[in-house]
Design a protein around this ligand. Structure first.
Ligand code: PLP
Length: 463
């Protein structure tokens, strides 16, 4: 008897497929033409030109039949839609905040929070920047200050909570500029730009203790806080037997509110919210949201969209769901690791990040190695990824020079409940093929650069 049977028990997705969406498969020649037309920017490809779309996990989730059923229950009243109250109740129950202002997506909430809390000359500390978050802080007159632990900038460091706040650096900042100049600390969990790396409960408690001493608020970027809770459950002592739902609620309890992109954890294609515990701040926010988003009981969303998000929240905090979601990301990451492909370690919650500096040591950062790697990957197989390096980092507000981030990455982002394990196999094999060809790779030059968030629309040519 042969005994090649593995001694493990596998997990499988806690859902089955009911509706399928056919994918297009183009020839290598057609992909090359599409790439040139798109200026070597994967954001400028048409979705129809893409085979496996790992551009982002934002708004790309598959909704459940229960969520779709909820779409039919949309109450499209201008004011006081019942779907708003369902959403409010879901946020209160699972995130624990008192007041909820819906917004069309996460950046809508960031805009309102930044305008309400930040004054010109303020410093806004955060555990690594996020593109839209920092931009709104700067547009409100603030200066973002990175207080993530230094290990977050090292793609090879195996710290289990690489998203942690450097509490000493935060304290030093508060002492240097004075607590009055720090409107709040923005804690992102998980940290997108560090590779989907989590923040520990212990660290969150320490940040709370420090800020309480100085009277400084904490606002959570809760976009992937559910996934963060899974990492606490699996990596932090004392949490193994607690549910993701309980961990999430405890984590949020150490903050004063959150901005949220429902397009990530909450399993919807559009939506977000701003949650606040302070009644006065909530009153101001519900006034300001009218200017930018809509009345405070819809904030830029249709009633049906709020219902889908309310139900998405409930589904998102189920342990089985999170296990399978992060399990799929780990499946892809482990495969690449086994084959010696350089990726950010540990593997993050929503994506596997390729280390473009390690792929292409012969290219300088001014030759946009991650942008080039994303282009080579698309050319090889039609897998769409995105750059997270010098292009995403943009320019310094004061000097106008490029920011030169330590990390030069390509993100393979896995949408929730969309692709199968076989799609992950195809992706891994394509990455391996591009890795094998790495010595021949050439850099890019930027031929068009938009003013804001340039990575979305910048255009490139081959050097
Ligand atoms: C996506 C994202 C946002 C912004 O949310 P949108 O819904 O895209 O506006 C903010 N923070 C993080 C960490 C994100 O990933």
């Amino acid at each position: 008897m042969t005994s090649s049977r593995p001694q493990r028990r596998s997990w499988a997705e806690p859902w089955k497929v009911k509706v399928v969406e056919p994918l297009t498969m183009m020839s290598a020649q057609e992909r090359q033409a599409a790439l040139v037309r798109a200026g070597y920017n994967t954001f400028l490809l048409k979705s129809e030109e893409v085979y496996i779309d790992l551009l982002t996990d934002s708004g790309t989730s598959a909704m459940s039949d229960w969520q779709w059923a909820g779409m039919m229950m949309g109450d499209e009243a201008y004011a006081g839609s019942k779907n708003f109250y369902n959403l409010e109740a879901a946020v209160q129950k699972h995130y624990g905040y008192k007041h909820v202002v819906p917004t069309h997506q996460g950046r809508g909430a960031e805009n309102i929070l930044s305008q309400l809390c930040i004054k010109p000359g303020d410093s806004v500390p955060g555990n690594m920047y996020f593109t839209t978050t920092r931009l709104h802080q700067e547009l409100a007159g603030g200066t973002f200050v990175d207080v993530v632990i230094p290990q977050a900038h090292d793609p090879n460091h195996e710290h289990p909570f690489k998203g942690n706040v450097d509490v000493d650096a935060l304290e030093a900042l508060i002492k240097r500029v004075g607590a009055k100049k720090v409107p709040y600390v923005c804690v992102g969990a998980t940290v997108n730009m560090a590779g989907g790396q989590p923040v520990s409960m212990e660290n969150m408690k320490a940040v709370r203790a420090l800020t309480a001493k100085h009277g400084v608020r904490i606002f959570l970027d809760a976009t992937r806080a559910v996934e963060n809770a899974w990492f606490i459950k699996t990596r932090e002592r004392g949490y193994a037997d607690k549910s993701v739902a309980d961990i999430l609620k405890e984590f949020c309890s150490y903050s004063d509110g959150c901005t949220m992109s429902g397009k990530k954890d909450a399993l919807v294609n559009i939506g977000g919210w701003l949650a606040l515990n302070d009644r006065d701040l909530y009153e101001e926010a519900s006034n300001l949201v009218v200017v930018y988003e809509g009345l405070h009981t819809y904030g830029g969303m249709a009633g049906r969209d709020m219902e889908a998000m309310a139900r998405g929240i409930v589904e998102s905090v189920q342990d089985d769901h999170v296990r399978a979601r992060i399990g799929q990301v780990e499946y892809l990451g482990h495969k690449l690791q086994e084959w010696g492909v350089p990726i950010v370690k540990p593997i993050g919650g929503h994506a596997v990040y390729l280390d473009a500096k390690a792929f292409y040591p012969h290219l300088t950062q001014d030759q946009f190695p991650a942008q080039a790697l994303a282009a080579y990957l698309y050319a090889d197989s039609g897998v769409r990824s995105m750059e997270r390096g010098i292009v995403s980092a943009g320019r310094d507000k004061a000097t106008g020079k490029h920011h030169y981030p330590k990390l030069e990455l390509v993100r393979l982002t896995v949408p929730r409940r969309v692709y199968t394990q076989a799609h992950m196999d195809v992706t891994a094999e394509s990455v391996a093929a591009v890795w094998d060809q790495r010595q021949e790779a050439r850099g890019l030059k930027m031929v068009y650069e938009p003013k804001y968030l340039r990575f979305f629309q910048a255009r490139f040519e081959k050097e």
